[in-house]
Design a binder for this molecule. Structure first.
Ligand SMILES: *Cc1c(COP(=O)(O)O)cnc(C)c1O
Length: 386
């Protein structure tokens, strides 16, 4: 299989040739039957765990009835999902569905550009170390110059701010929006300061500049709330989300208070919001909102955080700091090499973790992870230290 993969698939990923064949909640099994504790949930995607029976039942039934008809005809689960997202968010918004995080952000950028069009404003300010996607436009929105090498020319109109304080310096009479991750996912799991975010949100409102929150990673209860914006107590103009929304089925969503910004033909997607992805997302949201309502999610968050904190303190010579919110967590390490070794050893001991930024070990477990899986995962992590 490895040879076939290497021969026919483009080499864009530094793949690990472990052959996973099935999963149960936060546990993956390889083809020889060995179990792995999954603290990654496929990079924040498998929010309801692997092999979720409710989700697989929905996908089974929906795929037998209809997978896709195009957006030229009514799609009931799409309307239901939009209603559920809006109701659960508490915001007065409408939704556009796409297939990925980058596409959700593309839609947000188009909304911002159309909003600024009549006043000739088109600049969007993003933050240093941000990550907004891999398409040419969202890559340019990603304020990491090292990722831009080779791909010039890019669309104009993206301006980078060093930090929240620097945003005010970067605003011009061309600025139409500011796009932020409240918790930078790829940039080191760094939650932004709440008071600074509130202050900049207020300032932008006064200046008639849109606030876009990229919640592709932090959204869908990853922070403990449907959107991290609730924790920050702000009302953005646009929220984008994707990763955890479909429980593994590709889907992206852009929510906006500018409910009538687009006219027919301004935007669209062939696959976006089809029967399969929206019915899967509807079931995923059902499972997760129940988990939130019956306080199970809060308990899991508390337990995981306690274990992680204890682990950090026990090995404070290796882990300098615990960072993150909810189940979007990280441990800062001394340097890149120690992190690389840890991820490698952890994999050998059959617990999966991720990297974020240069030197942060990242934890994005399924939101349904059990106490036993958490305990087992940390036991294996400890073994990976010595
Ligand atoms: C993953 C991610 C994206 C890109 O999502 P894709 O589905 O890979 O296009 C964008 N923004 C943030 C914050 C992300 O974490």
């Amino acid at each position: 299989m490895e040879n076939m993969d290497l021969k026919y698939v483009m080499h864009t990923y530094a793949r690990n040739y472990t052959y996973f064949v099935r999963g149960k909640n936060a546990t993956l099994f390889d083809k020889s039957g060995l179990d792995y504790i999954d603290f990654t949930s496929g990079i924040g995607v498998c929010s309801v765990g692997h092999g979720n029976k409710k989700l697989s039942k929905t996908i089974e039934i929906q795929s037998k009835n209809l997978i896709h008809t195009s957006n030229l005809y009514a799609i009931e689960p799409q309307a239901k999902l939009a209603k559920k997202l809006v109701k659960l968010s508490g915001y007065d918004m409408r939704v556009f569905f796409s297939n990925s995080g980058a596409e959700a952000n593309e839609c947000a950028i188009k909304i911002a550009r159309k909003f600024g069009n009549s006043s000739n404003r088109y600049e969007i300010i993003t933050l240093d170390s941000s990550f907004h996607g891999r398409t040419i436009t969202t890559l340019k929105a990603t304020a990491q110059e090292k990722m831009h090498k080779f791909f010039n020319p890019f669309p104009d109109g993206f301006v980078y701010a060093k930090d929240l304080d620097d945003i005010r310096n970067k605003i011009t009479d061309k600025t139409c929006a500011v796009m932020l991750e409240l918790i930078q996912g790829e940039g080191g799991i760094s939650p932004l300061d709440k008071h600074k975010v509130q202050s900049i949100a207020k300032y932008l409102k006064k200046k008639n500049i849109l606030l876009i929150l990229d919640e592709v990673q932090s959204g869908i209860y990853r922070s403990g709330e449907l959107f991290a914006s609730t924790l920050y107590d702000i009302t953005p103009d646009i929220i984008t989300t994707a990763k955890g929304l479909g429980g593994g089925v590709p889907i992206g969503a852009t929510l906006s208070t500018l409910k009538d910004i687009f006219s027919f033909g301004d935007h669209g997607s062939t696959f976006g919001g089809n029967f399969l992805s929206t019915s899967a997302a509807l079931t995923t949201l059902d499972i997760l909102s129940n988990l939130k309502e019956n306080h199970k999610l809060d308990k899991t968050i508390k337990y995981f955080n306690k274990k992680l904190e204890k682990f950090q303190k026990e090995y404070c010579d290796i882990f300098t700091q615990k960072v993150g919110i909810g189940l979007m967590l990280g441990l800062r390490m001394k340097d890149e090499n120690t992190l690389k070794t840890l991820i490698h050893k952890a994999h050998k001991n059959r617990v999966l973790i991720l990297k974020s930024g240069k030197n942060t070990a990242r934890f994005l477990p399924p939101l349904t992870i059990s106490k036993d899986e958490i305990n087992e995962g940390f036991k294996r992590l400890k073994k990976s230290i010595i």
